[in-house]
Design a protein around this ligand. Structure first.
Ligand code: NG6
Ligand code: CA
Length: 517
């Protein structure tokens, strides 16, 4: 025993030394992993980013990312609306395999099963500190959420160490922030209640009390509860001390995102920063009002650009910019009038948010899911432009590959080489979704099966890509999808139809209106 004790004391400095070395080594290893920052805009078009050279707005900060990074010209969200695109981004699965992956209400139950692994889960296993700040819109709880209690089945159960979110969209109740399970700023005497079925007795709505609409009026939909002079979707009562101010939302999200990143010194971080601009209602801070000359939509994009600038500046100040992989994109294509009288159509002038593409948000045409996509990582990515076919769906497997991890079989593909600019081709094929209908990309071809239904979504004035006969476009020669080759290229058409059916799987018929299981 005595000898053992003596030996222990003799070895103590050595053991301490070894521990110190191990600690330093693991620290170094952790730091060699890049920080990962996904900046995800809401309804931003390719033409809205000046680096794409298609529109008339100036977005100098997003352009900085493009100038110092890789700008993709052929990158897609999986879908033409928010919830399904976000679902795919976080899970690596095609959203159309899940019939619930559609635009959700603000009180919808959690879309993701907590057993399902998200990108955040994946990165957490690799020592990342994980956070989400901004728009969630993937459902919360079991559908019977008591907003006054800790909220279960929220991002903190899906791999995120920290969450600061809005439940759904800026135009849906509840118009409150939720920080790690708790609605922020609630007072005990004024509980918050939410319903998407019926109004609470005596509560004003946009229909009963139009005089309350002091900031924006509704054009279609959006005529239920009113908060901050703006009518919303859904009914809400109480929780007055917790209600957000739309004008400061950009500032609040930036502050929370920067707090989360902090000095970034000890551990690599993953931040999913899901900004709300330029989704409706467009209510930027007064310091941006009138600055674009295009009304609230343009001003909101200037605010979005400012948010990006703040993130860049912080990373630079903290010495983190070189080893942070920043991915900037949008959840779906642009829309002008999305339900409010906000002058988006009237003041757009010569600006083209769609960047010359046909369709827009909600559409199977290119304008629906083709989005700005920029990768910035000074240590590993050389500045340039990439035409590779890339989908946000592939971030899951590509980030896994970056960390040398294997993923189970999934829709997400390891396209790391394309993401980093080493491969110029990217995906071979891609299935896109809009309101449960599907379209197909293969090489330069876009194929849309025949569908029943209206060709134009009248209220928003966007062509949906829906026609009773098949459509085929060669995007190389016809990026605006003006020339339907279905009648003249029967062979290619048949081949694509078959290939799409194979990609979708035999259980789902691609022709006619798809009945999602
Ligand atoms: C639509 C809303 C639209 C927007 C969209 C979701 C109406 C009439 N329109 O139903 O304003 O909220 O849903 O947008 O209510 S997304 O970008 O979150 O998918
Ligand atoms: Ca969106």
């Amino acid at each position: 025993m005595k000898i053992a004790c003596r030996l222990f004391f003799a070895m103590k400095p050595l053991m301490l030394g070894i521990c110190l070395l191990l600690y330093c080594f693991s620290h170094l290893l952790a730091q060699s992993k890049p920080n990962i920052l996904i900046i995800y805009a809401d309804d931003l078009g390719i033409g809205d980013v000046s680096a794409y050279g298609k529109g008339k707005l100036a977005t100098p900060n997003i352009d900085k990312l493009a100038q110092g990074g890789l700008r993709f010209t052929n990158a897609y969200a999986t879908s033409a609306t928010c919830t399904p695109s976000r679902y795919a981004l976080l899970t690596g699965q095609y959203p159309w395999r899940n019939p619930r992956a559609k635009i959700l209400t603000g009180d919808a139950p959690a879309l993701l099963d907590t057993a399902q692994k998200t990108v955040a889960d994946l990165l957490k296993t690799q020592g990342y500190r994980t956070g989400v700040v901004g728009k969630w819109h993937l459902g919360l709880g079991d559908g019977r959420t008591d907003w006054n209690q800790p909220i279960q089945q929220n991002p903190n159960d899906l791999g995120f160490d920290y969450s600061f979110i809005m439940a759904a969209t800026t135009d849906r109740v509840p118009t409150v922030y939720i920080e790690n399970r708790r609605v922020l700023g609630l007072s005990a005497g004024d509980p918050l209640q939410v319903s998407y079925e019926k109004n609470f007795p005596g509560e004003p709505t946009a229909l009963t009390n139009p005089e309350l609409l002091t900031k924006q009026k509704w054009h279609h939909g959006h005529n239920q509860s009113v908060h901050n002079g703006i009518p919303r979707i859904g009914f809400m009562r109480g929780g007055k001390s917790a209600l957000w101010q739309d004008e400061t939302m950009g500032d609040v999200f930036v502050e929370k995102a920067l707090n989360f990143i902090g000095s970034g010194a000890t551990q690599p971080f993953f931040l999913y920063f899901a900004l709300h601009q330029p989704h409706v209602p467009r209510v930027p801070h007064p310091r941006f009002v009138g600055k674009s000359g295009m009304g609230p939509r343009g001003d909101a994009i200037l605010e979005l650009d400012w948010c990006v600038g703040e993130m860049l500046q912080h990373l630079q100040n903290k010495g983190l910019l070189e080893n942070t992989l920043i991915i900037f994109s949008s959840d779906n294509g642009p829309v002008l009038n999305d339900g409010y009288y906000d002058d988006a159509v009237e003041k757009v002038g010569g600006h083209d948010p769609f960047g010359g593409l046909r369709g827009g948000k909600y559409s199977l045409f290119e304008g629906g899911a083709k989005v700005p996509f920029i990768v910035h990582w000074p240590e590993r990515v050389r500045p340039g432009v990439s035409d590779a076919l890339f989908c946000q769906l592939d971030l899951y497997a590509s980030l896994a590959a970056l960390l040398k991890l294997k993923t189970p079989a999934m829709d997400s593909q390891d396209q790391l080489a394309a993401l980093l600019g080493k491969n110029k081709k990217g995906r071979r094929e891609l299935v896109l979704e809009a309101s449960g209908r599907l379209a197909y990309r293969s090489g330069a071809y876009a194929f849309i099966p025949p569908y029943k239904g209206a060709a134009l979504l009248k209220e928003v004035n966007i062509e949906l890509g829906v026609l009773p006969s098949a459509q085929l476009y060669d995007l190389r020669s016809d990026p605006a999808q003006k020339n339907n080759l279905a009648g003249s290229s029967a062979k290619v058409l048949a081949k694509l139809e078959q290939a799409m059916q194979k990609a979708v799987g035999a259980q789902q018929k691609i022709s006619g209106d798809i009945q999602l299981k």
